[in-house]
Design a protein. Sequence first.
Length: 235
Amino acid sequence: MYRADDMPAPLKRPRVRERGPTGELDRKFAESSGKIDNAWALRASYAGKVTLIDDQVGQILKEIETRGESDRTVILFTSDHGEMNGDYDLIHKSNFLNPAVRIPLIVSAPDVKKSSLAGQIIDIPLELFDAGPTLGDFAGAKINYRHFARSLSPLFQDPNIAHRQFAVSEFALELMYLDRDWKLMLNREGEAYRLFNVKKDPHEKEDLIGRKESEDLIAELKRKLLDRRKQTEKV
């Protein structure tokens, strides 16, 4: 369906520090030290699969419309993870870089479609399990147990309200902090081993760990991250 030659080039791997704390990302870099020769073919195949899914979702939406149920149907479209597809000479997932952790999340509901928010992008940090209470709110359901997910439904009334200050991801006993400006990765020993200014450096090419001017920021972000973990560990 797509030609490999027409695919955008994979992101190049940035220079890896020779000293300082390391984590799972460094292990993956070491396991895949060479260039992914078939990266363009992988990207073309992936694009074809995305188009296939898009077509199938379109068929579902068309059937909903044919049945006359569009005005009473809520749709939430998302994914469990991204795919490296040769970016940084990596494939698959299981890391905290953007191609793996940034995923689509599209919400459509009758009231939303009729509002000024229809077709708009709300650029905020959120977490995947926020999808659950969001659908619960649309259904008029109440969650009767303690949880830490947050419904997105208030944003459809006011997109400027504070939803989350930052999002968290966890993998292999490591933690990631992400807000609109910064991404911090902590290894399983709790050491900061990657820091990116994702606002100025969206492709995560310049690691700011080891710089004197980053020390206070790292301490602040790490404190927020560990405070969140402590809060969610309480029974």
